[in-house]
Design a protein around this ligand. Structure first.
Ligand SMILES: Nc1ncnc2c1ncn2[C@@H]1O[C@H](COP(=O)(O)OP(=O)(O)OP(=O)(O)O)[C@@H](O)[C@H]1O
Length: 258
């Protein structure tokens, strides 16, 4: 289970970042008092526009960055107090974590498996299962820098799942993938959920959230503007689909144009 209580993350911007953001304010409030609970056996989707704070939230859960305020509990372990307990339980996929270009998927998989102290026989079993499911075997010994975007993403997914985590956190899991590969990834996430694992994803693709997520938290400017099943979000907004519901909330949050 993941419980986020009043999470706020404020970045301190350098001069270049301030100039790029056309601001004189050196502080960027990326996440603003966000609370949510996600439970085993569900796929929870953080849905929001660019810059809403989705990646920042997932990076705080995954102990990559520290919250400015608030607490995050992963199976009861607070991320800042017990980061190692948290890391053991989660598999995190993000586009910012690049696999080392000089090595091949086979090496990276074994390297991260040993880092997570996965026993050798279990590592072989995991490799067999994940490489076969994602079709990685055929490029298992090619250097990462020679792989296509989709191949790299598949390898990164396998590496993030090497230790068979109970909680899987994927930041935009189908980003850059063709529809066949994207379907393979979303089907795998459904399989994990059916095994009783908790899956948390971020996305700005409405159709992905509609089809895949059991519950959706809509994030705008770092705040959770709404949360519920697709059915609940449609009935509370009176919208016909998630995109309409999103635009209603977007306008209600005082946002006019994109
Ligand atoms: N390391 C950082 N330093 C400064 N500002 C940052 C940093 N990372 C993110 N931000 C800012 O925080 C805000 C939230 O960014 P974040 O990446 O969490 O959003 P997101 O919802 O994941 O967006 P996207 O869908 O575009 O990936 C944005 O305004 C972004 O520019």
């Amino acid at each position: 289970m993941v419980e986020i209580k009043n999470l706020t993350k404020i970045y301190k911007l350098n001069k270049k970042q301030m100039a790029e953001s056309h601001t004189k304010d050196p502080y960027k409030r990326a996440v603003d008092g966000l609370s949510l609970t996600a439970k085993p056996g569900e796929i929870y989707g953080l849905l929001g526009p660019n810059g809403a704070g989705k990646t920042t939230t997932l990076r705080c859960i995954s102990t990559i960055i520290k919250p400015t305020e608030g607490q995050i509990y992963v199976d009861g372990h607070e991320v800042q107090e017990e980061p190692e307990e948290v890391q053991r339980r989660i598999g995190f996929l993000t586009s910012d974590i690049k696999l080392d270009e000089q090595f091949d998927p086979d090496y990276m998989f074994r390297f991260f498996g040993r880092l997570h102290k996965v026993p050798e026989d279990m590592l072989e079993k995991r490799r067999q299962e994940l490489f076969s499911y994602f079709g990685i075997e055929e490029f298992a010994h090619k250097r990462i820098k020679e792989l296509s975007t989709g191949m790299k993403q598949k390898a990164a997914i396998a590496v993030s799942l090497v230790h068979d985590p109970d909680i899987v956190i994927f930041d935009e899991p189908t980003n850059g993938l063709d529809i066949v590969t994207a379907r393979g990834v979303t089907d795998y996430l459904k399989k994990l959920k059916e095994e009783g694992k908790l899956v948390i994803i971020s996305t700005h693709i409405m159709s992905e959230a509609e089809k895949l997520c059991d519950r959706i938290g809509m994030i705008i400017d770092g705040k959770k503007e709404a949360e519920g099943t697709l059915h609940e979000l449609l009935s509370c907004t009176g919208a016909h689909d998630l995109e309409d519901a999103f635009f209603q909330l977007y306008t209600a949050a005082g946002k006019g144009e994109m």
